[in-house]
Ligand binder design. Structure first.
Ligand SMILES: Nc1ncnc2c1ncn2[C@@H]1O[C@H](COP(=O)(O)OP(=O)(O)OP(=O)(O)O)[C@@H](O)[C@H]1O
Ligand SMILES: [Mg+2]
Length: 240
């Protein structure tokens, strides 16, 4: 059967997606293994955010053709809240920290939204900055701390596939490297991550594999070493 598990945590097959009549994804296929970090790269407008939104089953874009399986279970017919229940979590560029709530309340709310994931103590062990600021209102955190909170919320919800859209945007190198360490630990703890980044070098540092999108199609998949060694790919798609 088509839907039979094939060893991949995520299996996207031939995705065709539209915003209204604008045809954006032209048959995107990609797989991500259990416990893997995939860097999803490509120029502005290539379709990276659209791909993440399609996987998370956001209302827009509309998936008109193609299939998405999470551990062999079909996601393509589901609305976003059901995909979330199955363990998919999208952290959008704006991070969506809930105003009026403290750091801790943001985390507790995530825990009651679904089967609880990591207990708060475990989260605070991995995110000392959040532990120090647990009573601070979430939206008053710095950009880097907000990104950490967004990732921590996913851990609080027992997510199996974390989709990060430009997590390093606007952050100082020191904070980027703190988040890199957190993502490597999160991976060790059994989570699978897709990271979309303009900062290709940073994304490739922690990635196990890389996929490059261009004009709504996957034009390359390989390991990070292959990407960095390929002059043409670097110049053409990554501006490196
Ligand atoms: N809501 C929308 N309505 C119509 N077109 C859209 C919408 N969102 C995105 N697009 C178009 O879809 C294409 C892919 O956009 P997408 O946001 O997925 O690119 P991206 O790879 O994430 O780019 P960036 O690196 O700039 O974030 C672009 O041409 C964009 O203009
Ligand atoms: Mg984008």
């Amino acid at each position: 059967m088509n839907a039979a598990p094939n060893g991949h945590l995520l299996d996207c097959r031939n995705l065709h997606a539209y915003y209204g009549e604008s045809y954006i994804l032209h048959g995107v296929s990609l797989t991500v293994g259990d416990n893997e970090i995939l860097a999803l790269l490509g120029r502005n407008g290539a379709g990276k955010t659209t791909t993440l939104r399609t996987i998370a089953r956001a209302e827009q874009p509309q998936l008109r053709k193609g299939e998405i399986y999470l551990r062999g279970q079909p996601l393509h017919g589901l609305p976003a809240f059901k995909a979330a229940r199955m363990g998919v979590s999208l952290v959008p560029e704006d991070r969506r920290i809930i105003p009026g709530l403290t750091v801790e309340e943001n985390l507790i709310l995530a825990q009651i939204a679904k089967d609880p994931g990591w207990p708060l103590e475990r989260i605070y062990e991995h995110f000392p900055r959040l532990a120090e600021r647990r009573q601070q209102e979430g939206i008053t955190l710095s950009g880097g701390e907000q990104q950490m909170l967004a990732i921590a919320r996913a851990l609080a919800r027992d997510v199996s596939l974390l989709l990060l859209d430009e997590p390093y945007e606007g952050l100082a190198p020191q904070i980027v490297s703190e988040i890199e360490q957190i993502l490597l630990e999160v991976k060790k703890a059994g989570m699978t991550v897709i990271v979309v980044e303009q900062n290709a070098v940073a994304a490739l540092r922690i990635a196990d594999r890389c996929a490059i999108l261009d004009d709504g199609s996957v034009v390359f998949t390989g390991d990070p070493g292959e990407v960095l060694a390929n002059e043409e790919i670097r110049r053409e798609y990554l501006a490196l």
